[in-house]
Design a binder for this molecule. Sequence first.
Ligand code: NAP
Length: 257
Amino acid sequence: MNIFTNDVMKNKVVLVTGGATGIGKGIASLFGQYGAKVMIASRKEQVLVSAAKDLQQAGVEADLCVCDIREPAAVEQLMVAVRARFGGLDILVNNAAGNFPASIEQLSPNGFKTVVDIDLNGTFNMTKAAFEHFFKSAGGNIINISAPFAGWGVAYQAHAAAAKSGIDSLTRSCAVEWQRQGIRVNAVAPGAVIDTEGLERLSDALAGDAGSTNACQASDIANCVVFLASDAARFISGEIIRVDSATGVDLLKLPST
Ligand code: NAP
């Protein structure tokens, strides 16, 4: 479903972390479909090359950059690459994340730290660098991908929920600090999105429970992200929007004993 005119993102430059797979790929594709120039960034080069080719074959001006968002130096290089390739940046989508199912009892300090490092610290690294390189002087738009369970308790996802809660908090703080600089910052919290590795990893380990929920599609998330990046949302900032048809709480269930 097209909710905007085809050129709504014309001349906009968007950077999507984790943009080569799952929800991120859906977001990158929809921005491209609406005329944006798209940079995708993550760690696995071959996956990026394949996704960039898909975008280009669909007529999108797209490029890729290998980057581990946990590394501030790599994030700096990514910003330099975006400027060199596209001359500026209008929209940052912080979508990259790591996850695995584990009870709190099973969770090691390193496992907890890894997810917080990727999701929360990585989002901070990207946000801060995009601000310094682009948004501070020209304004901009940031959309963080969160998760509904950040707002309540959830089984097997204490690490991800803690990281996403931090992202929600960062979203609100950035929105307040930067509102006078013409920077809007929002988050989208997807429910269980079908055909994503993220959901498969969780549902395999949990006997298919997650797959049986009322799952949405990557395009449902992408539509909300494009809306938030558009002028139609010009007075919306600091919001966390759930796109889960109110099913997010059912994503993970404790197995019956
Ligand atoms: P996914 O396909 O596993 O995507 C995660 C992406 O992040 C991958 O492209 C991965 O690429 C990248 N990434 C991971 N660690 C990175 C790092 N250190 N630096 C740079 N990139 C990194 O998962 P998804 O299901 O589409 O999830 C996308 C977003 O939606 C995530 O924020 C997730 O928490 C959120 N979400 C998903 C669901 C769902 O049902 N799928 C539900 C709620 C929220 P590399 O491995 O190549 O780096």
